[in-house]
Design a protein around this ligand. Structure first.
Ligand code: MF3
Ligand code: CO
Ligand code: CO
Length: 274
């Protein structure tokens, strides 16, 4: 089936769902400290979603073809875990990096977003990987406008990641999103400019690059979900849900605590706005 364009009413619902997903990350941020188990982060987020937001945690019992039902309400991916980490009793320790991936359903529509968190003090290498991955996500998002193509997004991400000596995970990608968690199109995080589906106003999809410090190869654990780097190198990921607008894009997964990209002024050598 072709990619569906969202109506004005649907877009308004996507805005609400996106904001709520981002607000779960704002809520949980202060709890990401040494000594907390990832299952505890899951429990806190689950209660916040169900009791306070009245949203449905989309991961819980999610079972795409070929998968066992996901047993928890959020994904917690620590260090060399690439994505889909299953919350458990293992405790976070200083120096860990962890991706928390939140997907809520509100009024039938999904909002999907993830961020990297440092547990106390990260190593210089871990910090750099997380920063580069954040920049990869933004470089991909920035290419979005009507008439641009999916390959433009992937290319922007791949070029930046590889220039830093990192690699892009190939097996998982961004995705259309709406009444379904994962819909068409697939949004690859690598590719060639000017190729792939042409973007049109009203499309909603995620951009969620997974970047490895080492090789791109991955492996699935016996739980049927957790994805790790084959070489055990660190991996990072950031995710936003995006709407293609008439003039460019709108980030739907916004909240007061969502980390912002550094302004252009901060990039100038003197730090003075030009
Ligand atoms: N939130 C993930 C994504 O960005 C999907 C997680 S599926 C789950 O697409 F079942 F593991 F939650
Ligand atoms: Co997603
Ligand atoms: Co996600």
């Amino acid at each position: 089936m072709a990619v569906q364009l969202k109506s004005g009413e649907e877009i308004e619902k996507m805005r609400v769902a996106g904001r709520l997903a981002a607000e779960v990350l704002d809520f949980i941020a202060p709890y990401v400290k040494p000594g907390i188990a990832t299952a505890e982060l899951d429990r806190l987020c689950h209660n916040y979603m169900v009791e306070y937001q009245r949203t449905i945690p989309a991961p819980l019992n999610y079972a795409p073809p070929g998968y066992v039902p996901f047993p928890k309400s959020i994904c917690t991916s620590v260090n060399h875990v690439v994505c889909h980490g299953v919350p458990g009793e293992k405790k976070l320790k200083s120096g860990d990096i962890v991706n928390l991936d939140i997907t809520v359903i509100k009024d039938g529509y999904h909002g999907d977003t993830s961020r990297m968190f440092f547990v106390a003090q990260p190593s210089i290498q871990a910090k750099r990987l997380c920063e580069v991955t954040f920049e990869c996500m933004w470089r991909g998002i920035e290419t979005v406008s009507p008439g641009a193509r999916l390959g433009d997004i992937g290319h922007a991400i791949q070029v930046y990641a590889e220039r830093q000596g990192y690699s892009v995970v190939r097996e998982f990608c961004g995705h259309g999103i709406g009444t379904k968690f994962h819909e068409e199109p697939q949004v690859l995080h690598y590719g060639y400019p000017g190729t792939g589906l042409e973007l049109r106003a009203g499309m909603t999809f995620t951009v969620e690059p997974m970047i490895n410090a080492g090789k791109a190869d991955i492996r699935q654990l016996a739980d049927g979900w957790t994805i790790v780097t084959k070489d055990h190198s660190l991996s990072a990921q950031w995710e936003h849900t995006i709407l293609v607008t008439e003039t460019g894009y709108e980030v739907l997964t916004v909240s007061p605590g969502a980390p912002r990209r550094r302004t252009e002024a901060a990039h100038t050598p003197s730090g003075i706005a030009t």
